[in-house]
Design a protein around this ligand. Structure first.
Ligand code: SF4
Length: 200
């Protein structure tokens, strides 16, 4: 994992209330073009989630019913690659509103599984899936234009917005997630051992 910003989210968050503030770090997690496996691995932190809950306010996440990405987020973990126009918009929004943006898992870091469709032009892909696949063309989706349009190529997050840190893995195992997140929340440099820097 690399980290290009040295900003201390805890110190910065505490600074809003002045010296000695106990204000929690504002943590968000985002699900773009991924399978949710990275979030499942995050939940596998198990009892460490209790320690995490003591240190953070979870202000936005697929596991919380929050509709709009909030202002003034300290750390955001982003699962998944950028695959459609909604992902593009959310990526830009979360960058504007967050101090530290983390590419969370191989799809965010490299495109990974989500980018397997990159060799196929979008129109050909939609035709294959919706018009030549088995069964009837489903209602909604591409037929009714109610789902966000695919962008021509799936992109890793850092090709869309500046990213401050990377956690590889498909999914990253709980140990490396905890190593990275606990360091980020403490405002310390994140150092992953070699065995934690592998993809897949
Ligand atoms: S990195 Fe792996 S586990 Fe995470 S979203 Fe992508 S495919 Fe799923």
């Amino acid at each position: 994992m690399t980290q290009s910003k040295s900003e201390n989210p805890k110190k910065t968050a505490g600074g809003k209330k002045g010296q000695g503030s106990t204000q929690k770090v504002r943590l968000a997690t985002v699900w773009l073009g991924g399978c949710s496996g990275c979030h499942m691995s995050f939940l596998d932190l198990d009892e460490r989630l209790i320690d995490l809950a003591a240190a953070v306010d979870l202000v936005y996440s697929p596991i919380a019913d929050v509709k709009t990405f909030p202002e003034d987020v300290d750390v955001v973990l982003v699962e998944g690659a950028v695959a459609n126009v909604d992902h593009l918009e959310l990526a830009e929004q979360l960058r504007e509103r967050s101090k530290i943006v983390v590419s969370f898992g191989d799809c965010a870091v490299t495109g990974n599984v989500t980018s397997l469709r990159n060799k196929i032009p979008v129109d050909d892909l939609l035709t294959k899936v919706y018009h030549e696949g088995p069964g009837a063309v489903p209602r909604g989706g591409e037929t009714d234009k109610v789902v966000p349009a695919l962008i021509p190529r799936v992109l890793p997050l850092h090709q869309v917005i500046p990213v401050d840190a990377f956690i590889p893995g498909c999914p990253p195992d709980p140990e490396r997630i905890w190593t990275a997140v606990s360091a980020l929340l403490a405002g310390e440099p994140v150092v992953l051992e070699d065995r934690m820097r592998k993809f897949g």
